[in-house]
Design a protein around this ligand. Structure first.
Ligand code: FAD
Length: 546
């Protein structure tokens, strides 16, 4: 078993035995067979000495037990690393930043403390997964939806704390924005509640985020300033109906107006579902352009020639599918209004898409699941607030994909929400990919994801393999792309521990004032540096130089 750095075996043994007294011997994991389960299955350091691994794990079942563990950790200077369900695949899994840390596994704290249909809100513990919350709502027949990410096994709290995103209404897709109120165990074992939770007797903890004074909730996301033990979330009252429609535009530069009009429609609340940009000409992520087009693109044919080709074959250059939730009549009117707005683009054409009345029938859910698992439908389960693991079937081992990758890490830069930025990002990333010898799609064009309505995110999965040399090359390419992106002002919104120091380095305004401020906070709230050392590049004083 690894021991935490700078901790004697004697102190470590004492700490583990105090953890056992706090949570029960069954809930302290020390043997290799158990601790290995906390490895990051998608680690970019797979099998290398630098792989971040835990020394042990402790799984408390109550806030008091968390406090006891934290106090013991302080006494013996044991680094601890809280996780909720630890399913952060692609961004670090359940492994700590600092090898030798003890994972503070909060999975057992999986109580759903409150779900209010009237207020459309929930209060949950860290171990509550999207599946748990969905099941709770279904079993009680509540007319509520959750907003979930693609994998339903993750936790509502862990996902939000790492700035995760989902697929339903604009105002709830950003999961940290959708939270309301927290309870936090501080690194010294003290307990605080934020927002209205700070006022004894207040019944509005899940209704008003701010309480009074500085809003400190953000300090506990992507950070190491506290262990979150409860969090409130806003849910969605079940809408009546859903509708999608697609606009197709003919020319390359139409992308600029297409995005501007989309932004207007989203920011005025007309489009309230997650839009989807596409290219009927070039095709989707899983398809290749036809050979003739491929030839045109490969020889760098002028845009006008490609547009001529698009016209000849009767395919538009770009498309945008917009999605609406609400009253049947209202969303039909919103789609009509959206078409009026998009008609400002010469040659725009429209196609009605799917529509549903809620609740969905069992058969409809099954049908959506089937379609989603082969990637052939525009609406997916998470768009109806239904958690699943269907996403994992895409890219899994199959007849057509006999050697799938061993996982991936996401390269996920934020770029401005404009057509010009999409074109510039494609130019820059294609050039960098060429230099690095990375495989780029033959079409050489990628469209961003639209989780947030005020910015775009690119999500590129960098494959992990069992080959150390390949992983080393992958890391070099990843790091180079982080730097190239930063040179253009595009920063990662989230990243795996392996890249967190580098990513924070790129947020360097005024001699890294942001990092310097975070370090001052770290030293003040966690002077022994026991909590999640190194998370998002924030290291405690005694480890900073190392
Ligand atoms: C195929 C695939 C698709 C994916 N799709 C999406 C998607 O659509 N949207 C999305 O957001 N993500 C997605 N992910 C990424 C990831 O799987 C999810 O975000 C997942 O929900 C994160 O795991 P978790 O909820 O178990 O969080 P955890 O692993 O529990 O937490 C994440 C991190 O937050 C911190 N933390 C957690 N709990 C606490 C706490 N209580 N106190 C203090 N700090 C804490 C820890 O540093 C922890 O490592 C995808 C991954 C894959 C592989």
């Amino acid at each position: 078993m690894a021991t935490p750095p700078n901790v004697s075996q004697r102190d470590f043994d004492r700490a583990l035995s105090e953890f056992e007294s706090a949570v029960g011997a069954d809930w302290v994991f020390k043997d290799d067979e158990s601790v290995v389960l906390y490895r990051d299955a998608y680690s970019p350091f797979k099998g290398e000495e630098e792989e971040r691994v835990a020394s042990a794990a402790v799984a408390p079942n109550s806030v008091e037990q968390v406090q006891q563990v934290v106090r013991t950790a302080n006494e013996y200077r044991i680094p601890i690393y809280p996780i909720s369900t630890g399913k952060n695949l692609g961004y670090g899994g359940s492994a700590p930043n600092l090898s030798g840390s003890v994972v503070l596994d909060l999975k057992r704290m999986n109580r759903i403390l409150d779900v209010s249909e009237r207020q459309a809100s929930a209060l949950v513990e860290p171990g509550v997964s999207y599946f748990d919350l969905y099941r709770h709502i279904q079993e009680r027949g509540l007319k509520l939806w959750i907003d979930c990410p693609d994998p339903g096994w993750g936790s509502v709290i862990g996902n939000a704390l790492d700035h995760g995103g989902g697929y339903t209404l604009t105002q709830l897709r950003n999961h940290f924005d959708a939270h309301c109120g927290m309870e936090v165990v501080l690194p010294d074992g003290d307990l605080l509640r934020t927002g209205m939770g700070a006022m004894p007797g207040a019944e509005s903890w899940q209704q008003y985020k701010f309480g009074v004074g500085p809003w400190i909730d953000g300090l506990f996301s992507q950070s190491n300033f506290g262990v979150v033990t409860k969090m409130g979330f806003w849910l969605i009252p079940e809408p009546d109906a859903y509708l999608t429609g697609t606009v197709v535009v003919p020319k390359h530069d139409d992308l600029i107006a297409l995005v501007d009009i989309l932004n207007y429609l989203e920011n005025t609340g007309v489009v309230n579902g997650m839009p989807q940009l596409g290219s009927p000409l070039i095709g989707g992520f899983f398809s290749q352009p036809d050979p003739e087009l491929q030839a045109l693109l490969s020889r760098g044919a002028p845009t006008a020639e490609i547009e001529d080709y698009a016209r000849e074959v009767g395919r538009g250059y770009w498309s945008c599918t917009v999605k609406f939730y609400g009253a049947e009549k209202a969303i039909a009117a919103n789609w009509e209004y959206a078409q009026e707005k998009f008609s400002a683009i010469t040659g725009a054409t429209f196609e009605d898409g799917e529509s549903f009345k809620f609740p969905l029938t069992f058969e409809q859910i099954e049908d959506i699941t089937r379609q989603q698992s082969v990637g052939s439908r525009s609406s997916t389960l998470p768009e109806f607030g239904i958690p699943s693991l269907t996403m994992f079937s895409i890219g899994a081992r199959s007849e057509t994909n006999p050697t799938p990758t061993q996982g991936h890490v996401w390269f996920s830069p934020i770029i401005p929400r404009t057509g010009e930025a999409i074109m510039e990002a494609n130019r820059v990333f294609a050039e960098a990919a060429g230099e690095l010898g990375l495989p780029v799609r033959a079409a050489g064009f990628s469209l961003p994801t639209t989780y947030w309505n005020r910015s775009f995110i690119y999500l590129f999965g960098f494959p992990i393999s069992n080959d150390i040399e390949q992983n080393r090359k992958m890391r070099e390419s990843f790091e180079r792309l982080v730097r190239v992106a930063a040179e253009h002002g595009w920063g990662e919104y989230r990243t795996a521990p392996a890249f967190q120091d580098l990513v924070l380095d790129t947020y360097s305004f005024n001699d890294n004032a942001l990092r310097r401020f975070q370090e001052r906070l770290k030293d003040a709230v966690d002077p022994n540096g026991i909590l999640s050392a190194g998370r998002y590049g924030i290291w405690p004083k005694h480890l900073r130089d190392a």
